[in-house]
Design a protein. Sequence first.
Length: 357
Amino acid sequence: MDDLKAKYLTQIADAGDESALEAIRLAAVGKKGEVALKMRELGRMTPEERQVAGPALNALKDEINSALAAKKAALADAALDERLRSEWLDVTLPTRHRPAGTIHPISQVSEEVTAIFAEMGFSVAEGPRIDTDWYNFDALNIPGHHPARAEMDTFYMHRAEGDNRPPHVLRTHTSPVQIRSMEKTGAPTRIICPGGVYRADYDQTHTPMFHQVEGLAIDKDISMANLKWVLEEFVKSYFEVDGVDLRFRASHFPFTEPSAEVDIRCSWEGGTLKVGEGDDWLEILGSGMVHPKVLQAGGIDPEEWQGFAFGMGIDRIAMLKYGVPDLRAFFDSDLRWLRHYGFAALDVPTLHGGLSR
Ligand code: PHE
């Protein structure tokens, strides 16, 4: 029995895989294995001999079985270790640097603008691109005869004869969203609205569809000073510079009073734009204090509330920041252009993580 034990324990220790182990199990403790054969011999023994041999055989069987189980577990562990070694993956490696698709600069800039204003407590509002001429014009203090209405090169929706619904237009600016969000949330409010707008115009700096971002802040104690600070913070963050010079130029919009166009100090030295230095000025947006009639149209009492609003061209500030020379290229869907000017899909712009890195 000692020989049997020594033989099988050695074989088990040397077994290289599970099938070798199974062969040993069958030969040792299987139904027709060596231990079973020995057990059959018990019948031919005297009762005294059997009392010694029986328990000893059972103990041998138990010992072989537990050696088999231990070896089986050890083999499984080794197999797992081997698999972990061969399937090892460095998850800290950078992602593929050229994914198939890129984020369009206009989407990128919309995200950047949203990230900056979100940090200042503005939420994003949206409105329809096809809107009534009331929202697009009348509610914004641009009545039917007003010259601005003609200047906007408006696309009117076709109306069938007998259609009594109010006339619809492709919105010519994002300002109608001012009215819609006043109606929806009342005062106080702080929103921006990035989105597409339409005007019948086409040359190197105009396309019939382009993008604006509207800003609106309404509260009890809002002035042009708040507007100026917010815009300064925005321009610094957006152009990723430490300081900017803003110039407010008196202007006129029917929906703001007073109104100002805003220029930023810049230089074009060597053909590249640098914001925050130089002797040139660059117009980037229109703004002003919301006209009382506009507050009224949005259901807000102008005796109690004031606000500022601004409207900025997204395509324009994208061209400025990323050096895009021709606006029309934004909408050509030229793959080479998109690869060159597009952004990595996984780099979400945030103020702390970097806007455009
Ligand atoms: N809606 C104006 C435009 O399209 C911009 C603007 C918005 C001006 C809000 C003042 C206030 O030119």
